[in-house]
Design a protein around this ligand. Structure first.
Ligand SMILES: [Zn+2]
Length: 317
């Protein structure tokens, strides 16, 4: 019998329900929705989450599809799907929670005495992390931008997380990042592999849902949960990200697409005023790869406009 939060799931069975975190002002129970598929044979517990940012939709649908298509009769181990971690942010159609306006992916491990997002993070750390063996966290570029398909393997945890990171199948491996507080951090700190997979942006696209589904299935093969060999690439490109921010407010115009290679000094984007006069030009700080490009045309001083990837080297599995 597998137990997570208030749910139990016998071998060969499915279960679904909520880990409670709090209630809305209108009395509805809020929490972490879970779908569990428990295999008939022993194996690892893989948790796949999406919706840490409420405006990132492709991964949420991918979680539901992977879970629905997983047959407990042939599964080794247990698959735990969290289709939407941050339900208040989803309800607000926003990156951050409408309840406390916190970015959930910067506040782990949270605080059980804090506001809703802090309690949500703490609940995940207390009730989910101890009963899983690996975590795959699905994202997109969000409402404001579009990101090239890539996998974030936290720098310093390469030995722990590279196995599932390479099995995700994307050529770009982002050695993220200097910021803490992501859902990966408490999971990695508990000695469990955790990666984030990014693709797409605000516009929901079937091809991006499919990329997430294929990545999760391949990680399940790599973990031995389902039959088949993980289709690894011959070579991966490790990058580190640099955020470019605009100094001017205005209308944002991009020349480069996510995934495009660029040379240092190449024009990447500009900010214009309502009359079409150029206020600012953004150029590539070094040779590398454009990872994320702003899609929201309204830009304020200090907004993120581009994330550049500097190539750190090649990874051969
Ligand atoms: Zn995100």
């Amino acid at each position: 019998m597998y137990s997570i939060g208030p749910l139990t799931c016998a071998p060969g069975e499915r279960a679904e329900g909520l880990i409670p975190v709090g209630t809305s002002t209108y009395g509805v129970e809020l929490g972490i929705p879970l779908i569990v598929v428990n295999g008939t044979q022993p194996g690892p517990v893989l948790c796949v989450d999406a919706g840490v940012h409420g405006d990132e939709y492709d991964g949420q649908e991918a979680v539901r599809r992977v879970v629905a298509e997983t047959d407990p009769a042939s599964l080794r181990g247990t698959l735990v799907g969290i289709p939407c971690m941050n339900t208040p942010a989803f309800e607000a159609a926003a990156r951050s929670s409408g309840l406390d306006h916190l970015n959930l992916n910067r506040i782990f491990p949270g605080d059980p005495e804090g506001s809703y997002s802090l309690r949500l993070a703490a609940t995940f750390v207390e009730q989910v992390v101890p009963v899983i063996d690996a975590l795959v966290d699905l994202h997109t570029g969000g409402t404001f931008g579009e990101i090239a398909p890539l996998t974030i393997v936290q720098a310093g945890y390469e030995d722990l997380a590279s196995g599932i990171g390479l099995a995700a199948g994307h050529e770009l491996i982002w050695k993220g990042g200097k910021w803490g507080g992501t859902v990966r951090h408490p999971t990695l700190a508990a000695g469990k592999p955790a990666v984030t997979i990014e693709v797409g942006g605000a516009t929901y696209r079937e091809e991006n849902v499919e990329l997430h589904v294929v990545a999760v299935r391949n990680i399940m093969r790599q973990l031995g949960m389902v039959d088949g060999e993980p289709g690894l690439r011959d070579s991966y490109t490790a990058v580190t990200g640099t955020f470019a921010r605009s100094a001017s407010g205005g209308f944002f115009v991009a020349y480069a697409e996510p995934g495009e290679t660029c040379k240092g000094g190449d024009p990447i984007a500009k900010v214009v005023d309502h009359y079409g006069h150029t206020l600012e030009e953004i150029s590539a700080p070094q040779d590398g790869i454009v990872l994320w490009v702003r899609r929201m045309r309204t830009v304020h001083p200090g907004d993120e406009v581009v994330i550049f990837g500097a190539v750190e080297g090649e990874i051969r599995p």
